[in-house]
Design a protein around this ligand. Sequence first.
Ligand code: C5P
Length: 267
Amino acid sequence: IDELPNPYFGKVRDCYDLPDDRRILISSDRISAFDRILTAIPFKGQVLTQTARFWFDNTADICPNHVLEYPDPNVVIGKRLTILPVEIVVRGYLAGSTGTSVLTLYKKGARQMYGHSFPDGLRDNEALPHAIITPTSKEFDGGHDAPLTETEIVEQGLLTQAQWDQISDIALRLFARGQEMAAKNGLILVDTKYEFGTDADGNILLADEIHTPDSSRFWLADGYQAALENGTRPPSFDKDVIRSWVDARCDPYKDNIPEIPADLIAA
Ligand code: C5P
């Protein structure tokens, strides 16, 4: 497999090209946070792939996706796409982990962000009046993602205006579907990230993964209200569990978290 063309070794997935414009995406058991691989969790790659499969199947009426087949529990064969260079983050709550998240900026006094007005008096983790998109650049190979506005996206030629209009409409509809289905099962879909690509004919397809605990925040609905009132993190099923663990022990962006030994991160 190491001789397949166009390899890309992400923090979590290893990807290669296959003949006939296909790509193989293998989800490892690695987990990353703060831009680093931190450890490996047995069967995480399968859980990730099968969670994404559930959501791809349940959103194909909103947007076609890259999946062609699932030959193994942790493997996707997808259409080879040109990935669009913007990460489409959708948020329904005032939450976030990074220095540029809406929560951090709001606490610093920002009331206008990404073309939306935020009312005064929102508490940490409170629902926003409606879902918003907070796009970022897509930094390959180690860089951090940087926030972008719609104007910057179009002026920098990252997307055409027509692509932005189509993608932002799709992203909000995917998120609404995700929130609705999660709510029926006692979960809150808090925020998530979508990636899109274009095929040879220029059609826009949903790529990567969808509504997994790696790319989304999920809170338990039961316990959310109490957490909101106490100012604590709601019970969560996502990478915030790991982020909090790291945060309690060091400043993740200052200290140098050691890389995990190679034998632990083998797929
Ligand atoms: O950390 P932040 O609040 O900006 O993340 C917003 C949402 O986007 C979260 O659900 C997070 O899991 C997801 N995200 C991601 N990949 C990134 C950045 C954010 O999946 N590179």
